[in-house]
Design a binder for this molecule. Sequence first.
Ligand SMILES: *[C@@H]1O[C@H](CO)[C@@H](O)[C@H](O)[C@H]1NC(C)=O
Ligand SMILES: *[C@@H]1O[C@H](CO)[C@@H](O)[C@H](O)[C@H]1NC(C)=O
Length: 388
Amino acid sequence: MRFSMAAAMAVFVVAMSAPAASAARAFYVFGDSLVDNGNNNYLLTSARADMPPYGIDHPTHRATGRFSNGLNIPDIISEHLGSEPTLPYLDPNLRGNKLLVGANFASAGVGILNDTGIQFVNIVRMSRQLQFFGEYQDRLRALVGAARARRIVNGALVLITLGGNDFVNNYYLVPFSLRSRQFALPDYVRYIISEYKKILQRLYDMGARRVLVTGTGPLGCAPAERAMRGRNGGCAPQLMRAAELFNPQLSRVLDELNAVHGGGTFIAANSFRVHFDFISNPAAYGFATARDACCGQGPNNGLGLCTRLSNLCADRDAYVFWDAYHPTEKASRIIVSQFMKGSLDYVSPLNLSAALEIDAIAEEKAEAERRRRRERAVAKLVGDKPHA
Ligand SMILES: *[C@@H]1O[C@H](CO)[C@@H](O)[C@H](O)[C@H]1NC(C)=O
Ligand SMILES: *[C@@H]1O[C@H](CO)[C@@H](O)[C@H](O)[C@H]1NC(C)=O
């Protein structure tokens, strides 16, 4: 066999310049306004959070499109990963090395079903979010090559949050909605769960191997629902029933998928439980109220949108809810910390810190094996050289 010295050197240089295994893993986010960090800013839609007082406590003090006073759940997960926040997929700055951080595909207003959120007109529905994920992977391959792109996607953490809008912005949007005439609630839940399973399977087929799936919170206890449907400010019973039907069925689907793809591929995050803790005993978490929104108007400060003209609370950290539906940064921090370190009641079949640790050890082993292989290849080339 003949190899030029240049070829041997090329292999050697590649072997030496391979990226360190310690680079933070990529993070991909899918779903609705609970996790959108600005995609809707680029769309003609009414589902947006790009005006003050949104972002009042964000590091930039600007409204970024996050439905929060400050950071949101994906941002706080990024902190735990040791990464900068992912960019929205539609942000033109998402290019070059920024692609390695990951991407956020979420869009406020979307649901599991295509007909959820139609009143918001232009939103990135789930089939399109997945199509964008495919496009993203093409761009990643162009940047780092097919083999490494696949490793990055397989090694990534994925977060998906869906379901709330299929009730709030579909089934219960108006009295006698199309879907509520078509389905009794238990049948509707079965239907959306079967569609959700297809979305999750598709994520797996596209390379996702560690997917945190959040269930819905106690939807009826959101300030908007208390104001519109609750009695004397109590939680709205029909939306509580919806969440109580939806969450256990979602857990079962994740168990089914894990039975096929391996335990812990899909991790169920119990948002209902965390929110319910806040509602049962707000003071235990440092909140003054779990019933009223910080920004809004009307009963529970829960009617209409959060705008410059709304009532705005002085101490955002004293509120679970920032606006009529979305948590404050403070509440989001507690939610993420329960996903990270919580017991099986909060996150199952394992908590996120355990998953991240297992994955880091596996990645270290795989990287050591790749290094050994490269070194063997170099040694072989140098050893085989006929005229050294
Ligand atoms: C939603 O729309 C996409 C794109 O038009 C389509 O491929 C998909 O089958 C639709 N999903 C449902 C459940 O109808
Ligand atoms: C989170 O997972 C780790 C690792 O399995 C475990 O040691 C820890 O006890 C878990 N946290 C809780 C509260 O169960």
